[in-house]
Design a protein around this ligand. Structure first.
Ligand code: BG6
Length: 608
């Protein structure tokens, strides 16, 4: 999944504005970068493989001039990472330049059709197909909106596309056809970008877009058209309170470090949601449900695993965590009832696997609910009711504060629904409210108590290339998340599973010193003690993360007990993930890996 962006401005340094956005979209793809600007009748296109800083340096992108420009950051799908496959691309006559984000699944067929009609396609990248398809229809109509409408019909896939033409050098055009895109409104300049956080240093005024829309902006106007019939769609701008400052590293070495510490403030802010009416609609929908499918990908799916524990045990709503790409394969023949909801959990609100689930389930009559972080995102716009996790902008590809706030929001929702349905007494609800309001202090203590130990353990474990992480009951989702963190930014095998399942096969991996990390909640000592001793007696290296549970330390070597502050069973998973986040961070630093931009990954995947 890539990042596309464009700026049209009456005056000022166009390259500077384009690179401000590019630097904030880097987490969406860092295989190559390209910019195209227009000045005095010429389009200046510069692009190459590499990170933003390396390409800016090599091609002097910050010297580019003009009043209009577009750019693209690539996470390769069609066509190897290379200079020729980098975007933007010219059309045949170099009068039109464009770039896309997403996938054109009809790439080979559309390429063949266009080549048979004389188009000269020079790369193996599906983005170039979009440019030639638009050119074909623009040349027939001399109207870029019609050009894009016609071009869209030539292709099959989910994408967003941006372009400009020498004939109209003061106008940017774009379309949203399944991948994220937003308009930003400035003073004497306007922007188009793949996501809202990327334009925040330039403006907090934006216009959200829906799939099937074509956009036309100049330095002081914006228009939206239906891609179906070209009719104009009126939509007022919105103002976001997300701040640009949130997305700079400040005093921290990495965004990941910063975002781990930001969990203190993020959990405190979200705890106030407990009493707020903003959650009322979502609480009502869940309280009315008998079955809730909790759908997410990556860290969001891991949060759904802890969330299902809360909803099943506190709220009495039968809750099933489902991987995003699996829903419609697994549940396609389920007949939705009014008592069934799908709660889609996605920090970006743009993950394609989740959008696919909604596009499948909504027409079938499922109630679509959302838990998101980015305002104005597609999941928000397709949900009957939704709630923000309020974690602020997350830049590091590996999720931390968004995962933690997703888990906390699940606890808050389950508590509210459980109390509303009478599953939780007033007294129990009050006690839980006090614990939730105290969480950020426990998060702060857990971080401060864990840093040195995590650094020390990371020194040792960074030399290993495989380990297992075992959770039980409420901590299973934590083991999944810890393993994902370690895999994402260390490129080693870290397998998570239910600790009772380990003896049914995977135990064979254990040999002298093989690390097995147990995440133990206060009430689960009985079963987990046996699980630990099964590894201990085979010379494996059990490592425990949990509060000081009497006698459990006897089963691990001195230094291998990662003690976290005392808390209730329900709060413990929110604290227990922190040592794992820190361990993954320090291991990657030990291994010389940039934890913010791990290879082959991207923060938000808007492709299948
Ligand atoms: C992946 C990210 O691309 O998408 C993960 O690397 C993330 O960190 C996953 O958890 C799901 O993203 P989202 O935005 O749907 O929560």
């Amino acid at each position: 999944m890539c990042g596309i962006f464009g700026v049209v401005a009456k005056k000022g340094d166009i390259a500077k504005k384009l690179l401000i956005i590019a630097r904030r979209l880097q987490y969406r793809g860092y295989d190559s970068l390209g910019l195209a600007t227009y000045l005095d009748g010429e389009i200046d296109l510069r692009k190459d493989m590499g990170t933003v800083e390396s390409v800016v340096e090599a091609l002097k992108l910050d010297n580019m001039k003009g009043n209009i420009g577009i750019g693209q950051l690539r996470w390769s799908t069609f066509g190897k990472p290379s200079k020729i496959n980098a975007q933007p691309h010219f059309a045949c006559d170099k009068d039109l330049v464009g770039a896309h984000n997403g996938n054109i699944v009809s790439f080979y067929q559309t390429k063949e059709n266009l080549e048979n009609e004389g188009h000269n396609i020079i790369s193996q990248n599906d983005g170039e197909i979009c440019v030639h398809a638009a050119e074909k229809h623009y040349n027939k109509t001399k109207d870029m909106v019609k050009g894009i409408m016609g071009g869209i019909k030539e292709m099959e896939g989910a994408f967003a596309f941006i372009c400009f033409h020498k004939d109209t050098p003061e106008t940017l055009y774009a379309t949203k056809m399944g991948s994220s895109l937003v308009i930003g409104l400035g003073e004497g300049e306007n922007y188009i970008a793949s996501d809202l956080p990327s334009i925040l240093p330039l403006t907090n005024k934006y216009v959200p877009l829906n799939d099937g829309e074509i956009i036309e902006i100049t330095a002081d106007t914006y228009k939206i058209y239906s891609a179906k019939d070209g009719s104009e769609i009126k939509r007022d701008p919105r103002v976001t309170d997300l701040s640009a400052e949130e997305a700079v590293k400040g005093k921290y070495d990495y965004f990941l470090t910063k975002e781990i510490y930001e969990q203190i403030e993020a959990t405190e802010k979200l705890a106030y949601g407990l009493e707020s009416d903003v959650l009322d609609e979502l609480v009502d929908k869940l309280a009315n449900a008998d079955i809730a499918y909790l759908v997410g990908c990556g860290s969001s799916f891991n949060a759904c695993n802890v969330g299902s524990y809360y909803l099943n045990n506190l709220a009495g709503v039968l809750s099933i965590p489902v991987i995003g790409g699996r829903f419609f394969e697994e549940f396609k023949n389920i007949k939705p009832t009014d008592k069934m909801v799908i709660l889609n959990v996605s920090q970006s609100g743009e993950t394609k696997d989740i959008i696919n689930t909604i596009n499948f389930a909504k027409p079938k009559g499922f109630h679509i609910l959302g838990m998101i972080n980015v305002p104005g995102s597609t999941v928000e716009r397709m949900s009957e009711a939704y709630a923000y996790i309020g974690a602020g902008i997350e830049r590091s590809v590996a999720a931390t504060k968004t995962y933690t706030n997703q888990v906390l929001l699940f606890l808050i929702l389950a508590a509210r629904v459980g109390h509303k349905k009478g599953n939780i007494s007033d007294k129990e609800f009050e006690e839980l409210k006090n614990e939730i309001h105290n969480i950020s202090k426990l998060v702060e203590k857990t971080i401060n108590d864990s840093v040195d130990k995590a650094k020390q353990l990371a020194k040792e474990l960074s030399k290993t290339d495989a380990m297992s992480l075992l959770g039980y009951g409420i901590t299973h989702g934590v083991a999944l998340e810890g393993a994902l963190k370690i895999r994402e930014i260390n490129y080693i095998s870290a397998e998570a599973m239910y600790s009772s399942e380990f003896k049914h096969g995977p135990l064979s991996i254990v040999e002298d010193g093989y690390p097995v990390i147990y995440i133990v909640a206060p009430e689960d000592k009985y079963y987990v003690t046996s699980h630990i001793s099964e590894v201990e007696c085979r010379d494996g290296r059990p490592i425990v993360i949990g509060e000081n549970i009497k006698g459990l330390d006897k089963h691990v070597k001195p230094g291998d007990y990662f003690e976290i502050p005392k808390s209730s069973q329900l709060i413990s998973p929110i604290l227990a993930v922190i040592p794992l986040q820190l361990l993954a961070l320090y291991m990657s630093i030990e291994r010389g890996i940039d934890p913010d931009y791990p290879r082959n990954l991207s923060k938000t995947l808007t492709v299948d």
